[in-house]
Each structure stands twice: as C-alpha cells, then as structure tokens.
Write a protein that binds this ligand. Structure first.
Ligand code: BGC
Length: 443
C-alpha cells in the first residue's frame, strides 16, 4: 500500500466477504479433475458422460453470465451475491449426496450458474466499493481468492485420493459458501448502485464508510441516471462500443491463450512430459497451484503501482516465450521432464502477473454505470464461452497436431493478445470509474 492510501476497515471487510465467491469459483472449476477419477468407477461413466460432468459447470457459468448482469443492475449487487451463495449451497448439497448421474449433472450445473454469476458480480461489487487508488489491488483480491480456491481443490483432491472420498472433495465447498452467506448479512450494496436507483443519502453513507469521504464527485456525476435511462437499448450505444471491444477482447484472450489447458489438464501434460507415476504428476500440479497463488500476490502489490498495461505486456510476452519453449521441449523429447515443469510454471507466473487478474479488473472498470452489470455480463459470457471451447478442444488438438504444434498455436495467440493490449487497452490506474467513463465519451 502506498503512503496516505490507508484502506478503511469496512472496505476490506466487504472485499473479503465478496471474494469468498472467487474462492468458490476456483474450487468448483478445479475439483472435478480429482473427483472424476473416482466417479468414473462408482457410476461406471462413459467418456461421453465424463465430459458432460466436467463441462456442465462451464455451461452453467454461461447462463449465470447471461442473466447475472441484468439481475445485478435491477436488484442490486448484494442481492446477486446472495443468489450465488444459495446456488453454491444447493449445488454442493446435490453433489455430495448424489446417487445418480442425473443428480451429479444437475449439481454441477447449479454450481456452474453460481460460478458464472460470481465471476461477474464480485469484481463489479468490489470495484464500486473501492477508492480509485486501491481499486486494482482490491478487485484483484478476487483473483487471489480464485487461485486459493484452485490450490485448495488440488490439495483436497490429493488428500482424499487415498480414501477415494469424492463426496468430501465436493463437500469441502460448503465451508466457504456458508461463511459467505453469513457475511453477506453484514455488507451493504454499492454507492454506485444506490445512486443509480435514486437513493442518494444511502450512497453517501456508504461512500463515507468505504472511502472516508462525504460527497464524492465520482458517484455524484451519475446522480441523474434514472431506471428508464438504463434500458437495454443503451447497452450498445456509441460511447459504450469501444469499451466493449476492450472488455470482450481481454476476456477472450484471457482464455484462448490457454491457461486452462494447464489448470484443468496439468497432470496430463506432465505425464506426457515423462512424469510417469500419477503421484509425481500430481505433485508437479501442486507446484503450479502454489506458484499461481504466490505470483498473484505479487500482482496485487504491483497493479496500482506500475499500472495495468505494463503488467499485461510483460505477462503476454512471457506467456508466449514459455509456451514456445514448451513446444520445443516436446519436439525434441530427450531432455528431462523438469524443463517442461519449468516452462509450465513460468507460463503460469506470467499469466498470474498479467491476464489473470487484469482481465477481470479491467472489465469491472471500463463500462459506464448505467449499463455496467449487463455490459460486464456480455464480456464474462465471452470469457466462459472461450473457456468452454479451449477445454473441449485441447485433447483433440493434441491428437490432431501433436503436442508441440498445439503449444505453438497457443504461442501465436499470445502474440495476438500482446498486439491487442498494446493497441487497444487503455491505462486505468488511479482513475475514478467516472473518469474512465468520460474517457470513452471523449473518444
Ligand atoms: C481465469 C480462470 C483460470 C484462473 C487460473 C482466472 O482468472 O478466469 O479461467 O482458471 O484464473 O488462476
């Protein structure tokens, strides 16, 4: 934290409560890789059924993103957070108590809707609660929670693997879901949402608690926005269009640069690289999880200091270099497997410093208040859609192109992402959400 930028305790508290959503996002997307090994035997699953169980979370997330934005704009960010907690609790209950494939699929779908909704509402909520100069760090705290969720899933999978207890693998998610539900009773909605619904006094009250200021011109600018004005027809108007390009572009690039080929398939990659026992492959995967958390902490520290653009540029360049090396390693598979581990770990480091936190951060910053929830919903939809396509095609790509060429395809995409960042993404460090809004209007 920089001098003079002490964050009020209430702001920290609401950020932590909201970020439990990130933890659940990470956990539910990563836990399945471990649980699946046992589900396969218990339920006698075909490959097709396994794919359905894995991918329904992503389909649910698409649905959560589609309706989540309108929900957050109309009923409030806090109401949307309550809904995610309920979805997580019901979904987890169905998963832990499932006795049929159908129950498993429904449970995965419901948690998926929760994941999609949470991925949209949490950054939105935190961005609107944060003082401008700390917004990068506070919103990215959610990414930190996502990485903790992923790491916990890896650890729990590892821990319960011996007892084959897949029910506990899913069941662990009850703890953060219930904690979040309790916490939500103690938080409020955001000043921006109150202002956009004509509740000025309430907005100023929250501003004072979250930023220690009374009349904040940031939110004051939006005082005349009525519900009528926020109708859907404004969603794609001219001043919002360039913001859409940036938001959708970053969301797609965050996924098609291949992060989840590593997060979802790491043990498989390491087995291909010569780590023959499942145990050594899982240990290498744990390393990925730990590094992902550690570098995200570094990103939190840097994001408001050196800005979003430098980190994105270094991040995408580094990802491209690591993948290129990984491709070379697989092309001449004589060396020891640890070069593969080093390149994969380096790739994850560069994701964690750039596209990981910053794609989510920027989509929470660039849209004008009157369409913010819904516009974010569109960007988030593209994020999950691209995730779905990458997860679905990775193994087929490997068998069609071979593993080296597959990683070189991703290298090329990282270069495209770099070009996009350099040309299109504006620096938002230190600017208020309303200054960013005006920046688009001037354009
Ligand atoms: C991405 C996820 C990814 C995770 C890895 C998030 O920002 O949206 O798809 O699994 O980072 O840390």
């Amino acid at each position: 934290m920089r001098k003079g930028s002490k964050i009020p305790a209430f702001t920290l508290f609401v950020t932590i409560i909201a970020a439990f959503g990130g933890l659940l996002f990470g956990y539910h997307t990563a836990v399945i890789s471990g649980a699946l090994l046992f589900l396969e035997n218990v339920f006698n699953l075909s490959i097709f059924e396994q794919q359905i169980i894995v991918s329904t979370v992503l389909l649910g997330a698409l649905l959560g993103a589609i309706f989540g934005g309108s929900l957050a704009d109309h009923f409030g960010r806090r109401a949307a957070l309550f809904l995610t907690s309920f979805l997580f609790i019901i979904g987890t209950y169905l998963l832990t108590s499932a006795y049929s494939i159908f129950e498993l699929i429904v449970g995965r779908f419901i948690t998926g809707v929760g994941v999609g909704l949470t991925s949209l509402v949490v950054p939105l909520y935190i961005a609107e609660m944060s003082p401008s100069k700390n917004r990068g760090m506070l919103v990215s705290f959610n990414q930190f929670a996502i990485t903790i969720g992923i790491l916990s899933a890896f650890l729990i999978n590892y821990g319960f693997a011996r007892e084959s207890d897949w029910r506990w693998m899913f069941g662990f998610a009850f703890i953060p879901a219930v904690l979040q539900l309790i916490g939500l009773f103690f938080i409020t909605d955001t000043p921006s949402w109150f202002i956009s619904h004509g509740k000025k006094a309430k907005a100023y009250d929250i501003l004072e608690r979250t930023r220690k200021i009374r009349k904040d011109e940031e939110v004051f600018d939006n005082k005349n926005i009525s519900r009528k004005e926020a109708k859907f027809k404004h969603l794609f108007d001219e001043s919002v269009r360039p913001a859409f390009l940036v938001g959708i572009g970053l969301s797609i690039f965050q996924q098609i640069t291949g992060i989840n080929t590593v997060i979802y398939y790491a043990p498989r990659i390491f087995q291909l690289a010569g780590f023959e026992t499942a145990r050594s492959a899982i240990l290498a995967t744990l390393t990925v999880g730990i590094v992902n958390v550690a570098v995200t902490i570094l990103a939190l520290w840097l994001i408001d200091r050196i800005g979003r653009r430098p980190l994105l540029i270094v991040g995408t360049l580094g990802m491209a270099a690591s993948l290129a090396i990984l491709g070379i390693f697989f092309a001449i598979p004589t060396g020891p497997g640890f070069i593969a581990v080093i390149s994969v770990v380096a790739y994850v480091c560069f994701f964690a410093i750039g596209l990981g936190p910053i794609a989510w951060l920027i989509i929470s910053e660039i849209f004008p208040l009157r369409v913010r929830g819904r516009a974010m919903g569109v960007a988030v939809f593209f994020n999950w859609f691209s995730n779905y396509i990458v997860s679905l095609t990775f193994l087929s790509l490997i068998s069609a192109l071979g593993i080296s060429l597959t990683f070189w395809v991703y290298t090329l995409i990282c270069f495209l992402a770099l070009w996009f960042v350099v040309r299109k993404v504006p620096e938002t460090r230190g600017k208020s959400l309303e200054q960013i809004q005006k920046f688009w209007q001037k354009r």
